[in-house]
Design a protein around this ligand. Structure first.
Ligand code: AP5
Ligand code: MG
Length: 216
């Protein structure tokens, strides 16, 4: 079973992925996480990636497509995978279609997690991540607060704030979502594999809507 999550920043792609990978034993492919890892590990592409991410722009399709093809053919994806943050524009979606066809892979389900802009902005400001395990927390929402302020429940290390989690980068990211990513909704609706999910309330409700569709 393969899943694509399409959503504006902070709609809950990463949070919902954490639930889905543990319940359905799927691999998690987050292009954002892979890019942040490349920066941390001083990849030769570090400067290019860092400058795009911190200003909220998209990283080049060429870099992204290389990351993806390596991943989906990996044996850890044999039981299925979640794409979190890819495809991000029509060009990436077309290339992804070619990869699927070439390797005889089913596209699976596409979920669009809808969220209001103001709500997304509020979530961005409060988000914190564990630098070790990547788990996602919030300083604002009870449901996703750590047990001890600023500390990861599982690793015990200090949580960090992402470099692009500020208001100006958020405005760019949101605008790019509308201009470049939202056209994918039509692209996948035409294939008959797209479902809208309301991401405005709590994370259990987001998960319930997705689970109901997967288990129908
Ligand atoms: P990426 O890492 O993909 O960021 P994004 O799309 O902006 O999405 P976020 O990770 O910010 O939000 P999310 O939906 O995962 O929300 P989360 O679950 O954390 O991309 C970053 C950058 O990398 C891009 O700007 C670009 O430069 C580059 N990039 C990535 N992919 C690319 C590609 N394919 N092509 C080109 N460039 C690419 O939740 C948010 C917060 O809300 C958390 O704190 C959470 O605890 C809280 N929260 C509160 N209520 C809820 C609720 N009901 N559900 C979920 N979370 C909730
Ligand atoms: Mg995310």
């Amino acid at each position: 079973m393969n899943i694509i999550l399409i959503a504006a920043p902070a709609a809950g792609k990463g949070t919902e992925s954490e639930r889905l990978i543990s319940e359905y034993k799927l691999a998690h492919i987050s292009t954002g996480d892979l890019l942040r890892k490349a920066i941390k590990e001083n990849s030769p592409l570090k400067d290019e990636i860092q400058s795009a991410i911190s200003s909220g722009k998209l990283v080049s399709d060429e870099i992204i497509l290389k990351l993806i093809e390596n991943k989906i053919l990996d044996k850890e994806c044999a039981n299925g995978y979640i794409l979190d943050g890819f495809p991000r524009n029509i060009a990436q979606a077309k290339k992804y279609d070619e990869m699927l066809e070439k390797n005889n892979i089913d596209p699976g389900y596409v979920f669009v997690i809808d969220i209001d802009k103001e709500k997304a902005k509020q979530r961005i400001v409060g988000r914190r991540n564990c630098p070790k395990c990547g788990r996602i927390y919030s300083t604002i929402f009870e449901q996703t607060k750590p047990k001890v302020d600023g500390i990861c429940d599982s690793c015990g290390v200090e949580l960090i704030k992402r470099a692009d989690d500020n208001e100006s980068a958020f405005e760019n990211r949101y605008q790019i979502y509308l201009n470049e990513t939202a056209p994918l909704i039509d692209f996948y609706a035409k294939k008959g594999i797209l479902y809208h999910i309301d991401g405005n309330t709590d994370k259990n409700y987001t998960h319930k809507q997705i689970k109901d569709i997967l288990e129908k």
